[in-house]
Structure formats: structure tokens, C-alpha cells
Design a protein around this ligand. Sequence first.
Ligand SMILES: Cc1cc2nc3c(=O)[nH]c(=O)nc-3n(C[C@H](O)[C@H](O)[C@H](O)COP(=O)(O)OP(=O)(O)OC[C@H]3O[C@@H](n4cnc5c(N)ncnc54)[C@H](O)[C@@H]3O)c2cc1C
Length: 180
Amino acid sequence: MWTAGVKPHPVLAASDLPLNERGRLTATPRLTVEGTEHAWTAGDAAAVPDLTAPEKGKECAPNAQHAVRQAKVLAENILASLRGEPLKNYEHKYVGSVASLGLHRGVAHVYGRKLKGYPAWLMHRTYHLSRVPTFNRKARVLAEWTLAGLFKREIVSLGSLEHPRAEFELAAGGKPPKTK
Ligand SMILES: Cc1cc2nc3c(=O)[nH]c(=O)nc-3n(C[C@H](O)[C@H](O)[C@H](O)COP(=O)(O)OP(=O)(O)OC[C@H]3O[C@@H](n4cnc5c(N)ncnc54)[C@H](O)[C@@H]3O)c2cc1C
């Protein structure tokens, strides 16, 4: 069940760049902003044409699957443009979705096959672990998940749930809020 929306950052409206009806920057398949030469865009802020969609006029959904892949193509295209080489189109076919619905429960729709319950939850965890960058970070996350499965919830960090800005304010030289 999804109760949050995804919308582009309002700062885009303060630019004179072309926006679509949802406030996303109108992008070309090469991830340049439509009608400009040196402005680039990707991710949630960008309405990138979905070249793999059966119907014309569809745009890539605002999700991390597209954002991380578009970032790579965007970087390659900026480099290619600086070198005077041809730019490539962003193209990624949707292969599926996985979602956790709490501990050991999930749903998955991958390569046309639907799964639910524990196998879907495990697939969700495995997929996200595969996306975590560097072996070091993967090992730390896996160790943390394994420990969390063996022991009770870690309560030391609960303060940061109640006052998530406190550490940042402290680091920025401000006074942290009083805790009870
Ligand atoms: C609750 C929730 C759950 C989600 N779950 C999934 C999921 O399971 N799978 C999935 O694929 N996608 C999921 N998404 C969508 C996914 O998080 C986004 O599509 C993805 O993060 C987009 O990446 P991005 O780099 O375009 O934008 P962001 O990740 O939003 O990055 C934009 C960055 O720009 C910074 N920024 C903004 N304004 C300024 C400024 N003026 N100056 C400097 N920096 C600025 C922001 O702080 C932020 O760090 C979820 C989104 C939400 C909200």
C-alpha cells in the first residue's frame, strides 16, 4: 500500500527550463533538457521518454531503478559531448518490482512472475543488497541484517528517530533540542 507520492523538486519551477504538466523537466532520450544544448537532467526531476514502452508518449516512472541507470548514461553523455562524440539514448526495459510488507512478508512481480510472502521478501532483500555499492558496504549491511534477525531491536538509535535533525544541528554549531 503506497501512501506517499513522488513529485519533482519545486525549485525547477523557478527556472526557465521547459516543464511538463507534472513539473518535471522535459527531457530528450539523450537526457538533455528539451530545446537546450548544455542542460542535462535525470531521475525524478526529469520526464524522460520511455523508449521501451509499447505506446508512444510514455515517460520513465520516477523510481530508483531508472534514476541510477539514467545517472550513468547522463555521465557518459556529458563526457561524450565534451569529447565531441555521439550521445546515446537512455533505454531500460521494466523487468519488475519488489516490495517489503514488513518482516518476512513481501510481494514481487519479476519477469512476469508473481510471488508473495517469504520468497518475495527474500527476493526484495537480495535485490536491494545487490544494489548496495562496494563489497565493504554490502558486508556491513548483510551483517547488520543478520544480527537484527538474531537479536531484539537496537534501541540505542531510538533518540535519532524522535529528533532526526539533532545530530545535524549539533554538527552545524547549533544547540540540539532538549530531550526528555
Ligand atoms: C517513501 C519512498 C519509497 C520509495 N521506494 C522506492 C522503491 O522501493 N524502489 C524504487 O525504485 N524507488 C523508490 N522510491 C523512489 C526513489 O526514491 C526515487 O525515484 C529516487 O530516489 C530518485 O532519485 P533522484 O536522484 O532523481 O532524486 P533524489 O534521490 O530525491 O535526490 C535528489 C537530491 O537532491 C538534493 N537537492 C534537492 N534540492 C537541492 C538543492 N537546491 N541544492 C542541492 N541539492 C538539492 C536532495 O537533498 C536529494 O539528495 C521511493 C520514494 C519514496 C519517497
